[in-house]
Write a protein that binds this ligand. Structure first.
Ligand SMILES: [Zn+2]
Ligand SMILES: [Zn+2]
Length: 188
């Protein structure tokens, strides 16, 4: 059983892959002893492996859970922000969050994409959604990308958590720029 904070550390690990004891201490405002205890609990849970001075995310080894892993980066699909890409052949790919979804959406095989509204959890058409890019909400992959059905919701969220409000097209351009990719990435 992980505590709430240990689960948050795990989420952080999913975004950053590794965490040193010092990073855990600083990110989660705990003592060094507590950071060690949390790291040990994550290792014991099998979700993380011990490294020199910290922990790293355990590699995915359970193929039974393949369905719930992001096709793009392999991270577990985030319950708060799933992103589903429908390909022209009718098959679906699930991304862990809008970040990975947007990294793939320009691929010519992609027919439609659904993203989950960050506030209400409804699946919405990604092409009509508004995206909050690079806010301080550390959801999953970095930079974080949140999806909102309503532009007003995105702007309200931006007022509290920073970042930039984009439509889909702008968000894809910005993401590709930040991730320094020469063009649209592979969807499959
Ligand atoms: Zn991903
Ligand atoms: Zn992600």
């Amino acid at each position: 059983m992980l505590t709430d904070r240990q689960e948050k550390i795990l989420e952080w690990l999913q975004a950053h892959r590794t965490a040193s004891i010092e990073e855990i201490r600083a990110q989660f405002a705990v003592s060094t002893a507590t950071a060690y205890r949390d790291a040990r609990a994550l290792v014991q849970s099998g979700m993380a492996l011990k490294t020199n001075g910290g922990v790293r995310l355990a590699p995915p080894n359970d193929s039974a859970h393949a369905e719930s892993k992001c096709f793009f980066c392999g991270a577990p699909v985030n319950d708060r922000a799933p992103f589903v890409i429908q390909l022209q052949d009718g098959s679906q790919r699930r991304a862990c969050c809008p970040h990975c979804g947007l990294m793939s959406i320009s691929h010519p095989k992609v027919a439609t994409a659904l993203a989950s509204d960050f506030l209400y959890g409804r699946m919405v058409n990604a092409r009509q959604a508004t995206f909050l890019f690079g806010s301080s909400v550390d959801l999953c992959c970095a930079p974080s990308v949140l999806c909102f059905a309503s532009e007003a919701d995105a702007q309200r969220f931006q007022a509290g958590f920073g970042g930039q409000v984009f439509n889909l097209e702008q968000a894809v351009v910005e993401l590709n720029r930040v991730m320094s990719l020469p063009g649209p990435s592979q969807a499959a």
